[in-house]
Write a new protein. Sequence first.
Length: 174
Amino acid sequence: MNLGCSDRLMEGYENVDIAPVSDAVRRVDLNLPWPWEDSSIDEINAADIFEHIVDNRDQSIEEAIRYPRHWSGRIHVMNESWRVLKPGGILRMECPDAAKGCGQWQDPTHVTPWTPNGLQYFQAGSMAWARFHEAYGIVARFNVLECKETQYIEYAGSVLCVVWKFRAVLEAVK
């Protein structure tokens, strides 16, 4: 599955976006519960999409615990990715690193910040997962197989913009 594909269609994948650019793209709002069955997907490619998923911080903590997918965009996409992936399924994700550079903040449609350190809350066996998964409504558990940061230099006219992104490869633990 190729989430948030826009015009980057991947052969052999189901290409998904909220605003399909062609008939080859399935329209899905990833802010909502995802339409795929549990444990039905081998691999998810999510390049430059998860930072667009909404954080709904206007809920009370009681509502957030009962309905965690509505509270945190990060928890929602990680729980949904884990839910639809088969055991051992792979999530390949790429996001601007909100802790470095302007990449997270330059795009006015980026609403949920991500950092590589935040993956520990979804990592099987980590102290952060063990301590907080119940309270935060996290059911997702992944092995982090790879996480790399890359720096890009971009110019907007004469303005220099340094963009840091991280790419992670995660394996669903079920």
